[in-house]
Design a protein around this ligand. Structure first.
Ligand code: NAD
Length: 266
């Protein structure tokens, strides 16, 4: 299966290139970068730390989609929306790992998925997708006298907060309780905030070092608490999940899918 990588010079892009080169059944179709990037013209594999393969980084996303069966996108929301439109117009599958997607970005993905197979997940690791299911189950089992707080920590370069995974965990907890996250989310506390409201789902964000991604969901009751934690030790887990999703797209009908669909966890 021919797989293209948009944003191939990014931290995840380089990881994805190495993962594709190492995975049976995958062929690297090429890579693209943002116009003006100083990586354009360099060998896609070489900048990822592998032996050169004779494919150079381009800035023509359309040409990359045409050369690929499926494209993997870990870039920025505005670029991802453009890539989804290309997937729809050219009939190619797309795997989206980009986070920080706002409601309008997500509705553009949903529109594109009428014509293309799109897998979108804020976290491509198997462990986090199991954690999403557990969080929903535990939230459904416990009443709202157990306060839910979600804590995440990532490396110093991360630009969006809370992480897409933390928000997905919040959605899972809210779904377990049968409420809409938007109505109960507390995304930042500072100063004289007053007491915690019953039913709130709180978020706390930490940044530093090279942490690939730590998430804990806390259910704090009177006299006891449950903590569900996932720690990604290596961002290769995300690349592996994304390549698995790319292979899974083959033969699927157009639609917007999650990693839980790919892993059969629904
Ligand atoms: P990064 O900044 O290292 O890489 C992003 C790359 O995208 C850059 O090289 C940038 O030049 C490129 N880019 C921007 N606009 C482009 C365009 N129009 N065309 C082609 N390339 C373009 O960031 P990163 O750490 O690799 O993370 C990228 C995204 O993936 C973030 O949103 C991050 O939160 C997310 N992420 C998701 C998962 C997951 O499992 N879903 C895991 C890790 C990171």
């Amino acid at each position: 299966m021919k797989i293209g990588i948009v944003g191939c010079a990014g931290r995840m892009g380089r990881m994805l290139v190495r993962e594709i080169l190492a995975t049976d059944g995958c062929e690297l179709a090429g890579g693209s970068e943002a116009p003006g990037s100083d990586m354009i013209g360099r060998d896609v594999a070489e900048i990822a730390g592998a032996d050169a393969v004779g494919l150079t980084v381009g800035d023509d996303a359309k040409a990359l989609f045409q050369a690929s069966d499926v494209v993997i996108d870990f870039t920025v929301p505005v670029a991802t929306v453009g890539h989804a439109a290309l997937a729809a117009s050219l009939g190619r599958a797309l795997v989206v790992g980009t986070t920080g997607l706002a409601a309008d970005h997500l509705s553009s993905l949903a529109k594109a998925s009428e014509k293309a197979v799109i897998v979108q997940a804020a976290n491509m690791s198997v462990g986090v997708n199991v954690l999403l299911g557990l969080t929903e189950q535990v939230a459904a089992m416990l009443g709202d006298d157990y306060d839910i707080e979600i804590v995440e920590m990532h490396h110093r370069h991360k630009v969006d907060a809370p992480s897409g995974t933390a928000l997905a965990l919040g959605d899972a907890a809210a779904a377990g309780r049968g409420v809409d996250l938007e109505t109960v989310a507390q995304r930042g506390r500072d100063g004289h905030t007053g007491a915690r409201a019953t039913g709130d789902i709180g978020f706390a964000t930490l940044r530093g070092g090279d942490i690939a991604g730590d998430h804990t969901v806390i259910f704090a009751g009177d006299g006891e608490r449950i903590e569900l934690t996932h720690k990604a030790g290596d961002r290769a887990v995300f690349a592996r999940g994304a390549v698995r999703a790319a292979l899974w797209t083959q033969g699927q009908v157009p639609g917007l899918y999650s990693m839980r669909d790919v892993l059969g966890l629904e």
